[in-house]
Design a protein around this ligand. Structure first.
Ligand code: NAP
Length: 261
């Protein structure tokens, strides 16, 4: 991997395929102030897209990914307090509990974090299989973000399985800004969303997305796949600032963030 931007001595790396250590990757993707305290809650998204903008192939993101993309996926998780994900992605991708990374255990401890981030599933209907390890045996309890009008029997099933249900909306649905605040209220200020596009579009539209880590896969897919963010368009496109750009084997790992004051 090499860094294309900001330009450093790694830009013309003698060995662009050298695998960066966990520590190097963790430094490259550190939250703005390193411990989440500065700008308060910080919501970053991590998504992969093909050159023609597809966020999925055959209903999954894995065909667009690479080994380096998966390493960055793991690092972003390892830096986060909580991973926010839409229920459809949990169902489509067969989400499992987050795994502890031995090489980053000390970093998490020093940052006052538990062994793994909490997975926070956003769902209105709670039509989820609560017998799965994601709910029954995570290292830290899985959270379910839903609205006050969610089916009570599904809330009961989630809680019986060991999940913690957090209300962040007055109707059946979740208000994206309230979801961020609710997580911050639980002490989760370094937030990562892994999509999918329906959920990410709502964070974008609500103006609460601070950063996008976008992997551009050197692939064309055509077809009618979703883009990385869906839903109603914003009135005015929101401008982001390029924070860094890494490259490995033609995959571009970009990091865009909102302008910091
Ligand atoms: N390219 C990438 O990086 C990437 C990343 C993630 C996923 N994906 C792909 O994207 C697809 C899935 O994404 P998706 O956009 O279809 O769905 P999604 O955003 O993962 O999940 C949609 C579901 O989340 C819940 N939800 C969303 N907003 C909500 C709100 N405001 N209040 C309450 N619940 C809410 C609902 O769950 P209920 O139906 O349970 O009520 C809804 O059906 C898959 O093909 C996956 O592989 C790609």
């Amino acid at each position: 991997m090499r860094r294309l931007f900001p330009v450093t001595d790694q830009t013309a790396a003698p060995d662009p395929d050298r695998e960066w250590s966990l520590a190097e990757l963790a430094a490259a993707y550190a939250y703005p102030d390193g411990d989440g305290g500065g700008p308060g809650v910080w919501l970053r998204a991590n998504m992969v897209a093909s050159l023609d903008g597809a966020a999925q192939h055959d209903g999954r993101s894995q065909p667009l990914s690479s080994a380096a993309d998966m390493r960055i996926f793991g690092i972003l998780r390892a830096l986060a307090d909580a991973v926010v994900v839409g229920a459809e992605t949990v169902r489509a991708e067969g989400y499992r509990p987050a795994r502890a990374r031995e090489g980053l255990a000390g970093t998490r401890r020093a940052a006052g974090q538990g062994p793994v981030p909490a997975i926070a599933v956003v769902s209105a209907g709670l039509d989820l299989d609560f017998s799965l390890p994601l709910f029954t045996s995570p290292l830290v309890p899985t959270l379910i973000l839903t609205g006050a009008g969610a089916p009570p029997e599904r809330i009961a099933a989630a809680e019986k399985a060991g999940a913690r249900v957090v209300l962040a909306g007055d109707g059946t649905g979740v208000d994206p800004a309230r979801a961020v605040q609710a997580l911050a209220g639980l002490g989760h200020t370094r937030l990562l969303t892994e999509g999918g596009p329906k959920l990410l579009g709502q964070f974008v539209a609500a103006g609460v997305l601070d950063e996008l880590c976008l992997t551009v896969a050197p692939m064309l897919t055509a077809g009618d796949a979703q883009r990385i963010a869906g839903g109603p368009a914003m009135a005015v496109p929101r401008r982001f600032v390029l924070a860094s750009l890494l490259e490995e084997e033609g995959f571009l790992f970009s990091r865009y963030r909102r302008d910091l004051p």
